[in-house]
Design a protein around this ligand. Sequence first.
Ligand SMILES: Nc1ncnc2c1ncn2[C@@H]1O[C@H](COP(=O)(O)OP(=O)(O)O)[C@@H](O)[C@H]1O
Ligand SMILES: [Mg+2]
Length: 264
Amino acid sequence: MIRTIAIANQKGGVGKTTTAVNLAASLAALKRRVLLIDVDPQGNATMGCGINKNEVEKSVYTVLLGEAGLLESRARAEGGFDVIPANRELAGAEIEMVNMPDRETKLKDAIHTLKAAIVAVADQYDYILIDCPPTLNLLTLNALCAADSVLIPMQCEYYALEGLSDLVQTLRKMQQHLNPTLQIEGLLRTMYDNRMSLSQQVAAQLEQHFGDKLFNTIIPRNVRLAEAPSHGMPVLLLDKASKGAKAYVELAEELVAKHERASR
Ligand SMILES: Nc1ncnc2c1ncn2[C@@H]1O[C@H](COP(=O)(O)OP(=O)(O)O)[C@@H](O)[C@H]1O
Ligand SMILES: [Mg+2]
């Protein structure tokens, strides 16, 4: 069964995009059919997959404006999965969607646009990952509306928990009003540095707070993960022996095992 996972956290720089690209590549390496949807106008996930965001003809923008479906808008990533690219054009989509005539119903429709597009390709993929921007806007709402669950990357440092209550509140509101079945897929500890006691403390603190909502896999701070985007490829292609690559494969295995248990 297809599973749509939004990768979200209102904080920037916590590893959302890194997780989106590398989890997509790792799931593809496990022979799962994967579509990565970039809904951040910065287009970092797009570029990180080796797709030039400034050269694409179709993007998630065309999908959100109802001008094309996902299948016509996809590009192929380095690493064996499909990508719906994003670029700066997308920043305008929000305004255009909201300014359409008959605002109330249009807005309601607009929030469900991505979901409708995903339903139409449900037999083509095993996993759809959505890389969210670090803000709560119409784009993020679209993602959270379309998703079965949310994966929340959290940086193992002092301010990790800051802003988390905002996110939890947002998810609760989503469940009440727009997407009653939205689940928390899990919290993912990122940029973990085992030489730093602070990192260890925060990782342990997160475990206390969130227990079984936490992925067992911890993503270490790893320079290859930071370098991979400049090569336009997931770390698995750049250096599959690196700690970063191994950690994301482990995460993909954990995710797949969980879903295969649940569907049995
Ligand atoms: N585990 C990691 N180790 C080292 N650098 C990382 C790691 N995860 C992310 N980074 C780097 O940190 C920065 C922010 O990560 P990114 O995934 O873009 O965060 P977000 O999408 O949440 O803003 C990027 O420069 C990225 O390359
Ligand atoms: Mg990002």
